[in-house]
Write a protein that binds this ligand. Sequence first.
Ligand code: SAH
Length: 645
Amino acid sequence: MGLENRGKRQGARGKKKKTAIYYITDNGFRLAQRISKIYPDARIVKFTSAGVIHELPLQWNKCKSLIFIMAAGIIVRTIANLIKDKKNDPAVVVVDEKGRYAVSLLSGHLGGANKIAKDIAGFLKGDAVITTASDINNLPSIDLWARENNLVIENWKLIPKIATKLINKGVLKVYADAGAIHELTLPKEFLQVNNPKPADMVIANKDSKLKTQNSKLYLRPVNLVIGIGCNSRTSADEIEDAVKKTLGEHNLAFASIHSIATIDKKGNEPGLIAFAKKYDLGISIFTPDELNSAFSRRQSAISLSNAAFKATGAYAVAEPAALLAAGADTLIVKKQKRGNVTVAVAERVKSQELRVKYHKASNLITHNSKLYIVGTGPGGIKHITPRAQEAIRESDVIVGYGTYLDLIEDLIKDKEIVSTGMTQEVDRCGKAVELALSGKTVSIISGGDPGIYAMAGLVFELLKGQGARGKGQEKENSKFIPNKSGQNSKNLSLATCHLPLSVEVIPGISALNACAARLGAPLMHDFASISLSDRLTPWNVIEKRLKAAAKADFVIALYNPKSKGRPEHIHKAQKIILKERSPQTPVGIVKGAMRENEEIIITDLKNMLAHCIDMQTTVIIGNSQTVVWNNRMITPRGYEKKFKI
Ligand code: SAH
């Protein structure tokens, strides 16, 4: 049976995100524009004969989904030569010019065309045309179910045969081994059998010796942790060979590998990294002390080596590393030495990554761990950047605070959501990091900009805290692989090795941008932004900053101006600023900028408190030059004086 690697088995589609909408006629163009409301980052492209030759093949490889507004026949002829297989082909959906039907034409299940057709039909109030037999018969789709349950399909060729059996008989016999079954909920059509022999579908990381390949569908749970020790400069090929041989001899599926585990020293070993990269595997690293502590707890499971201790400070590497990373007490393959490589295998304990505490999980370096810290702007979807939308769309899990999530409801409706109250942001952040480290793509959402009174700083504070402790208390924690200069705080590249996961901060339109735009141009000159919340900053510091900004004639943007718990702060702020500025200084008060309940008021410093100011409001106080003209608040920068306009 052919082994598929993780990169390949996900299919090229895993990396594609984009949508393109093709049209021919003017009506088609108008419909494309309507449809793009639910796919705001979609490219709208005119379908031409030249494009078919040059542009379409490019989009075919780049896009996750292609929507065509034209006759189905044109598309069938056009894409015939481009079609490869259901793991790689994009979703193809055809919509008639009037938007009455959205037809799922290709990649209905894994590619998501069925869902897109349903979404478009729902949006246009038309009908979705779905022809996949499982959907028509209300039966589970095996490939989708496998993906949702993180199972790798090993022998794809058998899918049509087994799916047909499910449709004809209404049930399938399924065998799942002990390691897999407690993670799964089988649909009612999957009848569980107690041994693999009569099964149509086998869900296991291990095969019985009598495995008959031709008639059963094999789904592999991704739950093996491979502990590896190796000499310096061992090649990736030699490591791969040792792992494959070890697994082969024990009838274990290569496709079931979840991650690799090793000693910290080997975290930068080129051969090991190349092997991990090739198969898209994460690497967990442990200090010698951590490895040795595993040995003291699980003495019987681990073989000790004085030679290893001399070389590394750890009595063993492959075995304890596998056990620690898997959260297991027993090995399923004890240490095997092959040339320069030792290999041991453990099976991950159920939802290991969710049970380990955040600080423990940060040992994991998963190449595919991704955390986006996304700013969603002040209001609805219109004011979110395309990059932020892309990141959200790419994410498996969305972590955020209820109000902000409500504002972007349409974007996140098919995602796993982790939502907590506003003041539980530390829990929220820790959870987001934990989920990302478990291999999921996670977006942690902030309104406005994530780096302004929001979550970005907290995520980095959490990660930095781990790094600092890792350096100072190596006995207890080894968290980051330090870079060559030994500094954790620098080189925060997008996919850095020095952080345990890849973090990208995606900016958003902050409240001060949105409110300034609504007011006119009050921030044209130097300004200070001050939050009146004393939840994290002592009030005397806030007062000091208010005084300084007022004295230095900065325009002042006040965030968090008022809440039920501290209604007096805005009064105090007004008093402080009045000491330095005229009572007639223009003041803009914007509530719910770019939201449905938006309110814009232009008043002055003396009268500002007569208006409603709450936690959805930002107050902008002009400087000595700020004027009101035509209901707009403007802080001149000096063009008028300099150029006499
Ligand atoms: N990260 C956010 C700020 C979070 S602090 C940003 O960059 O905008 C929360 C404060 O932001 C609120 O109390 C309010 O002062 C301001 N704010 C957020 N959204 C707003 C909006 N749509 N209109 C006016 N003020 C807003």
